[in-house]
Design a protein around this ligand. Structure first.
Ligand SMILES: *Cc1c(COP(=O)(O)O)cnc(C)c1O
Length: 355
C-alpha cells in the first residue's frame, strides 16, 4: 500500500473537496461569482477569528501579513514589545526591525511558553504594541493570548497576534480577548494551498492605522478595507486559493467549528500520550501549553532519523526548524487530520523504535 498518511506542519494536507474546488476555470475577480465567494470566505473567517470586524484578504503568505501589519499599524521609532519563544517570534522581530521600530525583546527559552506577566511588566508609557505568536510552530507551544488580552483591557497598547498555525484549529475570540490585530494564512489549519493571508483589525487598531503615514503601496489597509466592504480586493487576488478556502470553510461548517477544535485537541492529546508511552520526550516543557495543531518531539541529534524512517513507511511528518533541525521533529495535527492518521503514525513509530 502506498497511500500516504500526512501529518504535516504546513503547507498541510488538502482534502479532496478542496482540490476539486481548485479545478475551476479561470474567473474574473470583478465578477459576481467572485464577490459572493469572497463574501462567504470573510464571513466564515469572522467566525473562526471570533470577531465582528472586517476581514481583509491579502494575496501573500503569513510573513507578508506580518509585514503588512507592521507597515500599516506602526511608524519608525514606535516602541513595541516582542516576546520570543521560537523561530516565528524571531521572524516577527526581524520584520519589525526592518521597519525601525524600537523593540523591547523578551526571550523565553525554546520549549517554554511566553509568560504574559513578563510581557505586562515590560510595558512603558511609550509602548504602542505587543507583537506575538499565538501558536509557535517551531516548538509546538500555544501561548496564552487570551490571558494577555484580558489583562490589556482598557489599555492603549495594541495586541497584535499571529495565528498563522492556529486559526481554524484552535479557539480564538478576537473581540472578547481584546486582540487588536489578528492574522492567519491559507496553508495551515485552513487546509488550503498557500497564497492568501487574512487580517482583521479592531477599532483601536484602525485608529492607529489613521495615524500612520509610512510609504506603502501594495498593502494599504485603508484602501483594502474600502474594497473589502464591497467584497473585492484592489489588485488580482489568488482566485483559486480563494476557492480552496471557501471549500475548506464549508467543511469546517459541516463538521462544526467546535467539533473541529475539539478534534485538534483530542488528536494532539492522544499523540502526546502515545509518544510518551514510546519513551519520547516532548519538546514542550509544560504540557499545559503544548499545541494542539502540532507536536514537537525532542530527539537530540537524531530527529532526522525518525522523519526518514516514517517517510519510508509512507507516514509524512515535518522536520525540525533551524536551530532545532537536528534535535526535533514535528508531527502535524493541523487541518485535515483524524484519529486514524494519528494512530497510523503511532503504530509505525512503535515498530521503528522496537525493531
Ligand atoms: C507558517 C507560519 C508563518 C509564516 O509563514 P509563511 O511561510 O510566510 O506563510 C508565520 N507564523 C507562524 C506561526 C507560522 O506557523
Amino acid at each position: 500500500m502506498d497511500k500516504k498518511t500526512q501529518l504535516l506542519v504546513g503547507p498541510t494536507v488538502l482534502p479532496s473537496k478542496v482540490k476539486e474546488a481548485m479545478g475551476h476555470d479561470a474567473y474574473s475577480h470583478r465578477s459576481l461569482y467572485y464577490k459572493e465567494t469572497q463574501h462567504r470566505v470573510t464571513e466564515g473567517l469572522k467566525k473562526i477569528f471570533g470577531t465582528k470586524n472586517d476581514v481583509l484578504l491579502l494575496t501573500t503568505s503569513g510573513t507578508g501579513a506580518m509585514e503588512a501589519v507592521i507597515q500599516n499599524v506602526f511608524m519608525p521609532g514606535d516602541e513595541v514589545i516582542i516576546p520570543i519563544n521560537g523561530v516565528f517570534g524571531e521572524l516577527f522581530y526581524n520584520v519589525a526591525k526592518g521597519y525601525d521600530l524600537k523593540i523591547i525583546r523578551i526571550d523565553f527559552e525554546y520549549g517554554y511558553e511566553v509568560d504574559e506577566n513578563k510581557v505586562l511588566e515590560a510595558i512603558t508609557t511609550e509602548t504602542k504594541g505587543i507583537l506575538m505568536i499565538h501558536n509557535e510552530s517551531s516548538t509546538g507551544i500555544m501561548n496564552d493570548v487570551k490571558n494577555l488580552g484580558l489583562a490589556l483591557k482598557d489599555s492603549d497598547v495594541l495586541l497584535i497576534v499571529d495565528s498563522v498555525s492556529g486559526a481554524g484549529g484552535i479557539e480564538l475570540n478576537m473581540d472578547d480577548w481584546n486582540i487588536d490585530v489578528l492574522f492567519t494564512a491559507s496553508q495551515k489549519a485552513l487546509m488550503s494551498p498557500p497564497g492568501l493571508a487574512f487580517v482583521s483589525l479592531s477599532d483601536k487598531a484602525w485608529a492607529a492605522v489613521d495615524r500612520v503615514n509610512n510609504p506603502k503601496y501594495l498593502f494599504n489597509f485603508k484602501r483594502d478595507r474600502e474594497y473589502a466592504q464591497r467584497d473585492l480586493t484592489v489588485h488580482t487576488p489568488a482566485t483559486h486559493t480563494l476557492l480552496a478556502v471557501d471549500a475548506a470553510l464549508a467543511m469546517i461548517v459541516t463538521e462544526g467549528l467546535e467539533n473541529v477544535i475539539q478534534r485538534h485537541t483530542d488528536n494532539a492529546t492522544l499523540l502526546r500520550r502515545e509518544l510518551k508511552k514510546l519513551g519520547f520526550e516532548l519538546f514542550a516543557k509544560n504540557e499545559k501549553y503544548a499545541s494542539s495543531t502540532l507536536t514537537s518531539v525532542f530527539s537530540k541529534d537524531n530527529a532526522g532519523y525518525y522523519v526518514k524512517e516514517l517517510a519510508k513507511e509512507n507516514i509524512m511528518i515535518g522536520g525540525g526548524k533551524n536551530p532545532l533541525k537536528t534535535d526535533t521533529f514535528r508531527i502535524g495535527t493541523m487541518g485535515y487530520v483524524y484519529r486514524n492518521d494519528v494512530m497510523a503514525c503511532i503504530e509505525t513509530l512503535k515498530r521503528i523504535v522496537t525493531r
